[in-house]
Write a new protein. Sequence first.
Lengths: 458, 301
Amino acid sequence: MNTLARWYHAPAWLLGRWIATPVILLLALTMATFAGTLADVFSLSATTGVTAIMQVTLAGLPPLMAAAWWNLIGGRALSLCFRVNRMRLPHLRAQLLPALVAWAVLTVLLPAVALASHGGHWGMHLALLLGAAALGVLCIALPRIVGLLLVAACLCGGMWLARTHTLAILASRALLPWEWITAMALFALTMVTCARRLRRAMCSPHDAWLMRIDTLGDTCAQLDNLHAASTSGSAKLKGGAWQRFATALGPPWALPSVQATTLQIGVLLLLTGTCVVMGMEHWHGKPIPRIEWLLMLLPLAGAQVALMVRHRLVDAAASLALLPGLGSAAQCRQRIGLGLGRPLGLFALYVLLAVLGVAFYQQLPWSWLVWAALWTLSLLALDIVAGVHAIRSQPLPEFLLCVLCFVIALPACLSLAHSEHPGIGMLELWGVFTALVGLYGWLVWRGWRRQPHPLLAA
Amino acid sequence: MNAHAVSAKPVSESTSGPSPMVACGLRKSYAARSVLDGIDLELPRGSVLGLLGRNGAGKTTLLNALLGLTSLDAGTVQVLGEPVQALSDATKERLAYVMQQPAGFGWMRVDQWLALMAGSYPRWDAMRADHLLSRWQLDIHAPMAQLSPGERQRLELVRALAIHAELLVLDEPASSLDPAARRDLLRDLAFEALDEGTSVILSSHLVGDLERIAGQVALLHRGRLLLRGELDTIKENHARVQLPAAAEALPGEISRRRLESGGVSVVIARAPGQPWPTQLTAWHAQPQPLGLEDLFVEVTS
C-alpha cells in the first residue's frame, strides 16, 4: 500500500500514522531538549538561586516546542491538503480540519492553560503559543531565507522582552494587545501564505514547492565544472569523486563557494550575536550570555538535516548506487563520508569559533564551553550518519539512546555555561554522557560497516 | 501447473560471446511471502528479453535483484562479468537502469541533472541526448521536482540511450509514453540491440510492444519463470486445446482453466520439432496457436 493509500485509509484526524521514524526522532529530541533543559534549570536554580533563569526558560521553551511541532505538522498538512485536492479525496479532505484543530488544542490551548495555572496571564501564553505555531508553519511555507529572518526577528523580540521583563511580562496585561496583534498577524500571514502556496501547487504538476528547490550558485558552478570535465573528455573531476556524491545530494553538501561560506558565517554570527546581546543576564554581578540557546538549536538543526539527507538518499539511492564515479562499496562509503563530513566539519568550525569568541569576550570558562559544543556537534554528526546508514532500517534503539544523550547533555551544557567550577555531580553526569555518546557512535559505526553497500539496504 | 516442460531451449543458445547478465538461484521473500523462488536467468548478448508478469508478480523486485539494488535471500548475479554487489565504475558506465517511477534529485533542474550525468558517464553522447530531449519535448530548464512521472521516466530514457550502454534494464519504460513516442522508443531500442549489440531487459505489460521487439521472453508468475526462451519458439510450441472437464492431465500441460460451457481450456507445450500429445486425437481436440497475450492470460489466470 503506498503512502497516499495509507493516508486515505488511516484515521487522518490524528495525522499521525504517516509519521516516519526520523520525525519521531525529531519529536523525541524536542521533548528531550525540553526535559533536559527543565532538569538543568531546576538544578541550577536550586544551587544558585537564579530563579529568573528558570522563569525565562520556562516561558520560552513551550513556544519553541510549539514552533518545532507545527513546523513539522504544517508541512505535512499542506502536502496532504495538496494531494487530497489533486486526487479528489473528499473523505480525507473532510478529516483534515478536525485533525488540525485537534492538534491545535493539544499543542496550543492545553499548554496555555497549563502554563497559566503556574503563573502569567492565560491570554499571553495563548498568544505566545499561537504566534509560535504560526511561525513554525511559516518556516515551511515561506522561502527559506525569509523564514529564517522571520524566526530571527521573533527570537530577538522574545529575548529582548524576556531580558527586560523576565516572567513579569507574562503576568502583565499591558503587552497583551500587542502580543495578540503580533500573533494574529502571524496567523493571518500563515493562512494567506499557505493558501497561495496551495493555489500555485495546484497549477503545477507536482508539489515541488514543498521540496524547497535550491538553485544556489555554488551548486550550479559545481555542475558546470562537471559538464566542462565531461565535454573536454577529462573523465576525472577536479577535487575527487566525493564531490559527485555531494553534488548529487545538493545543498548544503555541494561544494560551497566563498560567497556561500561568507553567508553561512554571517548568519551564524548574527544568531550568536543575537543570543549574546539579547539574552544577556547578570549573575552575581557578572554578565552572562544565553549561549545555551545556540547549543539547544544544534540538535534540532541536526535532526532536520538528518531528515533531509535521509529523504534525498532514499529517493536517489538506486540512481546513486548505479552511478559511475562513486567506486566500489568501500570507496563509496569513504566518499560519502567525505561528502557529508566536509560541510559538517566547516559547520563545526564555525560553531566552535563562535563559542570561543563568546567565551573570550565574556571571560567564561572556554574549555568547558568548547567541550559542550564538541559533544553537541558530535551528536549532530552521529545523527546524520545514522540517517544515512539507516536508509531502509528502523534503528529505534539508536534514536532512543540519542534522546537519552540529550536529556543528560543539555543540563551539562547549560550548567557549564553558567558555572566556572562544575561540581562532582556534574562531572559524573558528563562521564555518563561521554559513555552514551561513545555507545551511540559505536552503534552507528557498526551499522555503517555492516551494510554491504552504503547506499543499499542490508 | 507444469513449469518444467516449458523451458524448451536454453536462452543463450543462439548467441555468441559472454552473457552480460547471469543469475542463478535467486530467492527473495518479504515476510512469509516468496517473491522470487529460485530464478535462473541468462541474458544473451545483443538480445532483447521481454519480462512479462501480472501486477505484483515480482518483476520490479527481479530487476532490482539483477542489478543488486535489493538484498537476496539466496542466489548470485553476474553483470558484465562482475558480481553485482561489487560493480566497478567501469562496469557501471556500461549499464543503465530505467526505473518505473524514478525519483530523487528533486532540487536540481533538468539541465543540471544532465550535466551531472554527462560528467559521470565518459561515453555520454550529447548530440543524441539533445536529439531525444527535443523529440520528447522535455524542458531542460524545468525543475526535476516539477516533472510528471512520465516526463521523469523519459528523462531517464534519455540518459539510458545517451550513454551507449551495453546492458539496458528497463522497467515499464513505455507505459507513460504516447503511441508515437512509444513507437520511437521501441525503434531506438531495436537499433541499439541490432547495431550496437546492446542487451536489453524490458519489463512491460504491453504485450504488443514486447512482441514487436523482444527476441526472448520470460514470464514471471508466483516467483518462478514459467516461460523462458525465444519468442517464436514459444509461440510455435505452445497451444490451447479445449477438452471435457474429465480429461486427465496431458504431457506438457502448463495451465488448465474451467470454462463456462463445462469443459476446460488447457495450455500445452511441446519440445521443438516434436508432435503434440497423442491423447488429443482421442478427444478430437485441435491445438489452437496462441499469441503472446493469450498465452500470458491463459497461463497466469
